[in-house]
Design a protein around this ligand. Sequence first.
Ligand code: DX5
Ligand code: ZN
Length: 259
Amino acid sequence: MSNVIKLAPSILSADFAHLGKQVGEAEQAGADRIHVDVMDGHFVPNISMGVPIVASLRRVTRLPLEIHMMISDPDFFLDEFTEARSDSFLVHWEGNNNLHRTVQRIKSLGKRVGVGINPATPAVVLEEIVQDVDQVLVMTVNPGFGQQHFIHSTLPKVRRVRQMIDELRPGCDLEVDGGIDATTAPLVVDVGANVLVAGSAIFSAKESIAAAMERIRGAVESRNTHHEGREEHEEKTSFRPKRGKRIGIFLRVLRALRG
Ligand code: DX5
Ligand code: ZN
């Protein structure tokens, strides 16, 4: 698994009156890609944005634009989003009877492709498609809205998807989306996520975009230090001697037996 955690700010929670400026701030602050949520009011009970937003953003940022297609017929819109110079597509397993075809079409357009699963969808449905994708998206909320509560029961599934990726498609990104903030980011990274989508935790008026991104990164990093600290602590407090010491004891016993 890659140790580098990527941040994908979701502009669903951005201030659309200042979208270009806010995306610029996220880019300056080291965002890895921009996550664009496209909704049609059918696949999810909400509508959001479409091709013109992507075309406009393309003019103001160099960051990869990933399009999260929460629409009933993603195939109908792939060409238009491609013309608007998006970089990757995330399509859902749910409601797509010809997922393999959709994935192949996206690849033939020269774009990165990811497949997403909703909270109630089991990881196992990815088994026959993971070999074909660059990315898996595990939804950690039910898609449709920003600012929802993270669903904790998705964590074991993220871990299962990580195992599947390591076994069948090493190098494939494992992205999570929904309710990610400084509290939940360490949890998802712990179980193997390496791309974190965050909307309301980044584009809130409470602090600057850079500060919010730093807060999430900091939480993930301090989780590493915490882990190292814990291992050290466990070694110090463990009654079992360390491996080196155990070998030393073994050799001493051996010598004593030989006389
Ligand atoms: C939800 C979208 C998310 C959304 C996440 O359906 O797919 O990308 O913007 O928002 P937060 O981070 O606020 O949960
Ligand atoms: Zn999304």
